[in-house]
Design a protein around this ligand. Structure first.
Ligand code: NDP
Ligand code: HSE
Length: 446
């Protein structure tokens, strides 16, 4: 690597090629071209956008490019000797992985925003990167424009990360906030998010919590130096959240957010994605629309909250360009590999046990749909009590004798295993007319 670094030290420019000229690719091109002189003053040499490959090179993307930059052939990016950094922005698994591994194999540095790929094949890509002695940047893979990857790998490198709480899917936050603030319907808001370019190619990834699980896997991997398969992360989407629950949450002083949560407990990891009720006064409960926020708790620093646009062409472009600049700087100073790709030295990563969902403890919001008649509440409370679950508050509004009513109970801290056992019993009762809604609550016992 020493010889190579001496050669790169004399570079007079950094060459960049993009594969995938869609929402994010367009943002990257706009940032690189629009801020070219500023960027050059910051790193010392110009960054030149030499090629962009996409299947469609005829569509007007609103970016003025020199002739010959656009190509339909990905290989023209990979084989161009003037390109130092290949930026993968096509998304998906197979082709994207091939582009990245092929680029690494020919000694190119790589930047990607592809959290889905990293969540599934991160270890293989990290190893290939380390083996080849090239750089891999993936700042845009979590939190859109928020520099959370750099915060974890550099800013908080001296801390044990005790916990991570993240609103890390812009689309679901956009949907939940529009439902909460404007009373809009789910489908209508999802359509808006798709039109704005926030949603994934398959929006199920957004609303089913899968995209958040991808991002949480990336954060856990960096925070704890452990390999983790996102499929092992408990994942629950927002599709079952109703205006009724949003209204009850408000009455209890809570806001419902889709959260990615990770905790380090006794050397083991808890990692889960699900709708969560948060005290309405907490910083991340205030995060609306497509904004994301990530609260990192370090043993030395305490709480750090990062906030910003979690999706969209220009914010994500900003994050991608930050990687290009970081790699460019390392190339110019002969410092490739200065920061290990996955935050820990590759041979110092250790598998940590991931706790099952049954092992977690939380406060719970439970909404029962039951027939309104004397004794029903007592039976519910009795079943919860038998499972060792303590009730902190209870709410039934209105009297509709003999008809169905919602009864809402908030619990003190309870074990998930016990809550699920109690709900199985309660849901079997004749007075229960539909399955009980469970939403976990972050907060302290009152
Ligand atoms: P888009 O679908 O808008 O862009 C992808 C582009 O790549 C499309 O123009 C597509 O063409 C093109 N493409 C697909 N396959 C190939 C191929 N084999 N060769 C060349 N071009 C190809 O996606 P986004 O820009 O939204 O997302 C890109 C990546 O960034 C994804 O990994 C996504 O998860 C991630 N990301 C996206 C964010 C966002 O806000 N949109 C935010 C953070 C990360 P065609 O349309 O014809 O298929
Ligand atoms: N679909 C993702 C979101 C894009 O809505 O957050 C950003 O990763």
């Amino acid at each position: 690597m020493g010889t190579k670094n001496k050669v790169t030290h004399m570079k007079s420019r950094i060459g960049v090629g993009i594969v995938g000229f869609g929402t994010v690719g367009t943002g990257v091109a706009k940032v690189l071209l629009g801020n070219a002189s500023l960027i050059s003053r910051r790193i010392g040499v110009p960054i030149e956008l030499l090629r962009i490959a996409d299947v469609d090179v005829t569509k007007d993307r609103g970016v003025a490019l020199a002739s010959g930059v656009l190509t339909t052939e990905v290989n023209r990016v990979l084989t161009d000797p003037n390109i130092d950094i290949v930026v993968e922005l096509i998304g998906g698994y197979d082709t994207a992985k091939r582009v990245i591994l092929d680029a690494i194999a020919v000694g190119k540095h790589v930047v990607t925003a592809n959290k889905a790929l990293l969540a599934l094949h991160g270890e293989e890509i990290f190893e290939a990167t380390t083996r080849k002695g090239v750089e891999l940047g993936f700042e845009a893979s979590v939190g859109g424009g928020i520099p959370v990857i750099r915060a974890l790998t550099e800013g908080l490198a001296g801390n044990t990360i005790e916990s991570i709480y993240g609103i890390i899917n812009g689309t679901s936050n956009y949907i939940l906030s529009r439902m909460t603030l404007a009373g809009h319907g789910f489908q209508e808001v999802l359509r808006d998010a798709q039109e704005a370019g926030y949603a994934e190619a398959d929006p199920t990834f957004d609303v089913a919590g899968i995209d958040s699980a991808h991002k949480l896997a990336v954060l856990v991997s960096l925070a704890y130096g452990t390999p983790i398969n996102f499929k092992d992360i408990y994942t629950e989407g927002i599709t079952n959240i109703t205006p009724t629950d949003i209204a009850y949450a408000k009455q209890f002083g809570y806001t419902i957010k889709s959260l990615g949560i990770a905790k380090l407990i006794d050397g083991e990891i808890e990692a889960r994605v699900h709708p969560t009720m948060l005290p309405a006064t907490s910083p991340i409960a205030q995060v609306e629309d497509v904004y994301n926020a990530i609260q990192l708790v370090g043993d030395a620093v305490g709480d750090v909250v990062l906030y910003g646009r979690g999706a969209g062409s220009m914010p994500t472009g900003s994050a991608v360009v930050s990687d290009v600049i970081a790699i460019g700087r390392n190339l110019l100073k002969g410092a490739v590999g200065r920061v290990p790709v996955a935050s820990f030295q590759q041979d110092q990563r250790r598998p940590l046990r991931l706790r099952s969902m049954e092992e977690i403890s939380s406060l719970y919001y439970l909404r029962f749909t039951v027939v309104d008649r004397p004794g029903v509440l007592a039976q519910i409370a009795g079943e919860l009590g038998r499972c060792g679950i303590s009730i902190s508050s209870m709410m039934q509004q209105g009297r509709r004798e003999g008809q169905t009513v919602p009864v809402v109970i908030k619990t003190h801290t309870a074990k998930e295993r016990d809550v699920q056992t109690a709900l199985r019993e309660i849901n079997r009762k004749a007075f229960v007319s539909e399955p009980t809604t469970l939403i976990r609550v972050e907060g302290k016992d009152e």
